[in-house]
Design a protein around this ligand. Structure first.
Ligand code: PGA
Length: 255
């Protein structure tokens, strides 16, 4: 039995280009998901739009998430978005360690520090992990295990038992189309593999309780299969989250 509602997260990345379009997009998502009481919907817009959404849509059933944060809470940090800024303003979630940030130079050590800081500020964390490529020998599994363990270095059991989710996003499947994504069976195998790593680190009860999402070209055409056969607790949606109809279709598959 699943304790949590499936988590359907929209990762808008750096889109759309204007405030007007961001409002239109949020309106569309809000309207189409309003009656879906069986899923939790989270929208992660660019930081610039968080304030507009927070002030225009107070009390909305959609939670808001940031796409990154800085690991220091105190002090002066020009240009950084600190955990306190997000939490104090009503942002509930934060994506940490997205592959596009890791590709821009973010280290696993920084990811671990960000998780600590976010949890300390009571932000819910979505930790992204995933291999860049696959090989027939299965080296990618070791690479993934190492990435997960390094990203969780020093993160206590207490910090992951609530408000913590892992999103498995194989980098090679991001930004393609549903046909290029990992199929539900393949996702299920990876979910089991990740659970095993989490159980080894945090013990059975805590390890098994951590929700696992899939991300990487989730579209309406593969969402149903992912919801029924992949053993995931939800999805992290990139390009399809910017088409309200598609995002709502995906959420509906899980509701
Ligand atoms: P995609 O992006 O759905 O466009 O593949 C997913 C992500 O990067 O989180």
């Amino acid at each position: 039995m699943k304790i949590h509602k499936p988590l359907i997260i929209a990762n808008w990345k750096n889109h759309p280009a204007s405030l007007r379009e961001a409002k239109q997009l949020f309106d569309g998502v809000k309207r189409r998901t309003a009656r879906m009481s069986k899923v939790s919907v989270v929208v992660c817009p660019p930081t610039l739009y968080l304030g507009m959404i927070l002030s225009n849509y107070q009390g909305s059933s959609i939670s808001l998430g940031a796409q990154d944060l800085f690991w220091e809470s105190e002090g002066s940090h020009t240009g950084m978005t600190t955990p306190a800024l997000l939490h104090e303003n009503g942002v509930g979630y934060v994506i940490i360690g997205h592959s596009e940030r890791r590709a821009a130079g973010e280290t696993a050590d920084e990811v671990a520090q960000k998780i600590q800081a976010a949890r300390k500020a009571k932000l819910k964390v979505v930790l992204c992990v995933g291999e860049r490529e696959r090989d027939v020998e299965g080296v990618y599994l070791r690479v993934l295990e190492e990435q997960i363990l390094q990203s969780l270095e020093g993160v206590s059991r207490q910090k992951v038992t609530t408000g913590f989710t892992v999103a498995y996003e194989p980098v090679w499947a991001i930004g393609k189309s549903a046909e290029d994504a990992l199929d539900a069976h393949g996702v299920h195998q990876m979910v089991l593999f990740i659970k095993k790593i989490l159980v080894k680190k945090y013990g059975k009860k805590a390890g098994m309780s951590i929700p696992i999402l899939y991300g990487g070209s989730v579209e309406p055409s593969n969402a149903q299969e992912l919801s029924s056969d992949a053993g995931v607790d939800g999805v992290l949606v990139g390009h399809a989250s910017r088409v309200p109809e598609d995002f709502a279709d995906i959420a509906r598959s899980f509701s």
